[in-house]
Write a protein that binds this ligand. Structure first.
Ligand code: BMA
Length: 359
């Protein structure tokens, strides 16, 4: 019997974006030309609505002219907007303070509004590899203070916008020494500092078009039907390999999907999009020209439009180069969900599948 949790098959089919999805006509909404500091790419932005304005936290990568690796610098910018489209960027990159020092290379940031505070969840590079964390805004400028850090080999940390059953909740995405696939996990905390009760949240095997990894995209959105998670899911197929500035032989496809979790118990998956919501298709999302990678949609912001709460705004990085916006009516999104149960109830299935009883 094939172990259903390993060697997930590549999806050979051509994927398309959800027909009900509407890309903003003026995409991209933020590029390297819109920031007041040197940048090669401005993408993967956390976005939220805080104290009556939209706030954005894009990843900012700077390379030399030939785009040779490693990057000269990476960090996170910060800006504000009245319409979610035109941004007034702060003059400097964010500063994330930790024990009297600044965290280096803070990237892939998400923004959560929690108990009237603005929180950043992020990943930073350090001498012991990639490490995630959560920090709170000081309320002015670009300064954030670390609230907690996770151990290395994790990214895509995302904080829920409210306590659930008396506990704070976060999502995390560890990678592991046995190789992919990588999955989304959760942890809970009484105080945002001490985290525990970690368990599986969503497995890569639960996403029909993913065979490499999945990761939380935006902080989950509370709706009447449950907690809505916008996530990214990655499949690889050597037949798709192309040479892009980021890498020779890039054969991955990052697409955006959605899953719904029980309103009272968000550890319980109740529905998922069996097909992606957003796939790289628009000219500014695909083709190597001006992009760092191909076929890459990386959502980090999702919020109900404060002017039209029936509409979900999704902010995503396109090709690791620019920041884009798409919207979808909540009802259309709900109609695209299929009832689902997580394949592994707990992450305790043995490697040797003959010992698994299927539950
Ligand atoms: C992931 C992260 C993202 C990036 C994606 C595609 O591992 O590094 O920031 O958008 O790869 O390159």
């Amino acid at each position: 019997m094939r172990n259903p949790f390993f060697d997930l098959p590549a999806d050979k089919s051509e994927l398309h974006s959800n027909p009900c999805l509407h890309r903003y006509e003026g995409n991209p909404v933020l590029t390297k030309h819109d920031v007041p500091y040197p940048a090669s790419y401005v993408f993967n932005a956390g976005v939220n609505f805080y104290h009556g304005r939209f706030v954005i936290a894009p990843r900012v990568d700077l390379f030399n002219e030939n785009l040779d690796r490693p990057a000269l610098k990476m960090g996170t910018g910060m800006g504000w907007s009245d319409d979610g489209i035109h941004w007034e960027m702060e003059p400097e990159l964010m500063r994330v303070h930790y024990k009297g020092k600044l965290l280096p290379w803070v990237v892939d940031s998400r923004l959560t509004v929690l108990e009237d505070g603005l929180y950043l969840s992020f990943c930073f590079e350090n001498q012991h590899s990639e490490r995630p964390g959560i920090a709170k805004w000081r309320g002015t400028g670009v300064d954030f203070d670390v609230v907690c850090l996770g151990i290395p080999q994790q990214r895509n940390m995302v904080l829920f916008p409210e306590k659930v059953n008396g506990m704070y909740m976060r999502l995390e995405r560890p990678s592991n020494q046995y190789g992919d696939p990588f999955h989304i996990w959760y942890a809970v905390s009484p105080d945002l500092e001490f985290w525990g009760r970690q368990e599986l949240f969503l497995g890569c095997e639960d996403v029909p078009w993913a065979n490499k990894k999945i990761g939380a995209g935006a902080p989950p959105v509370k709706t009447d039907r449950g907690w809505l998670l916008i996530f990214h899911a990655v499949d690889a197929d050597p037949a798709r390999a192309v040479d892009v500035p980021a890498r020779k032989g890039w054969d991955r496809r990052y697409a955006c999907g959605a899953a719904l979790f029980d309103k009272d118990d968000p550890t319980k998956l109740i529905a998922i999009t069996k097909k992606p919501l957003i796939v790289a298709e628009a000219p500014y999302e695909t083709g190597c020209k001006g992009l760092f990678v191909e076929n890459t949609i990386f959502p980090e912001g999702a919020l109900l439009d404060p002017r039209d709460p029936e509409s979900l705004m999704i902010y995503y990085g396109a090709g690791d180069a620019n920041t884009c916006l798409a919207t979808i009516k909540l009802q259309d999104l709900f109609n695209s969900l299929t009832p689902a149960k997580r394949m592994a109830q707990y992450a305790i299935v043995p490697f040797r599948v003959e010992e698994w009883d299927g539950e």
